[in-house]
Design a protein around this ligand. Structure first.
Ligand SMILES: [Fe+2]
Length: 242
């Protein structure tokens, strides 16, 4: 069993797959790499990708039918990658986030920080989310310049209980040596709850979870990998399946 909790395969909703054809080919590539459960996590980024839950659910059902018709055998689930910002409070209050699952009594979702900085008050927003019984999974912290250069700022979120998701391509060195080193260090410190592809297309940002797992196996023990995969599975336990 191999679960990929982060992908931009759902077509036409963000900067990921542009067509059904491309999306189905991405699914086939993921399956070739051993993926058995693929979570589709479009961006929800107010002002850039104004996706809402109802539309995403409709598109998800259409795409799942298309995959069925194409005889593609994989378990598909819907989630979202939500950009950090005050808008999240309204999304949570109006139940507009397609939850990834439920973990330790809290609803989980992927939380994205900007490329460079950590917006002021992010820790307070996470505390607010926790009080609302929501558990944000911080995606690719190794790709954020501030987390990369001031690691104690990431520790704040680890201490609050946020699971971390490292991107497969970070472990294979696609984003440079610094990013690779940080993702390796997080793995070695047992601070990684999931490795995911965050795939966007067929070239450049393709479904490559198996390559990330292979890289991880060179760094940590088989037992630690299994522990990470087991945690991943728990994070996506579906709450309300579509
Ligand atoms: Fe993403």
């Amino acid at each position: 069993m191999l679960i990929d909790i982060h992908s931009h395969i759902l077509p036409g909703v963000d900067d990921g797959a542009r067509s059904n054809t491309e999306a189905l080919d991405m699914l086939r590539m993921a399956i070739d790499g051993g993926v058995t459960t693929q979570v589709l996590t479009p961006h929800i980024h107010t002002g850039r990708f104004n996706n809402n839950k109802k539309d995403l659910e409709q598109r998800f059902i259409q795409f799942r039918d298309a995959a069925d018709k194409a005889n593609i055998q994989v378990n598909l689930q819907l989630g979202a990658e939500v950009r950090i910002g005050p808008e999240i409070m309204a999304l949570v209050n109006s139940d507009q986030i397609p939850w990834l699952g439920e973990y330790q009594g809290r609803k989980t979702f992927l939380l994205e920080f900007p490329r460079n900085d950590i917006p002021f008050g992010s820790d307070n927003l996470v505390k607010w989310l926790l009080a609302k019984n929501c558990l944000p999974i911080i995606v690719h912290p190794e790709r954020n310049r501030t987390f990369l250069t001031q690691r104690h700022k990431l520790q704040t979120f680890i201490d609050l209980g946020c699971p971390l998701q490292v991107t497969a391509s970070s472990l294979t060195g696609k984003f440079g040596k610094d990013v690779q080193k940080m993702s390796e260090e997080l793995l070695e410190a047992n601070q990684v709850s999931a490795i995911a592809s965050d795939c966007h297309n067929l070239k450049g940002r393709m479904p490559d979870l198996h390559l990330g797992i292979a890289a991880a196996k060179n760094i940590i023990s088989k037992k630690s990998i299994e522990f990470t995969m087991d945690t991943t599975k728990k994070l996506i336990t579906a709450v309300d399946k579509i």
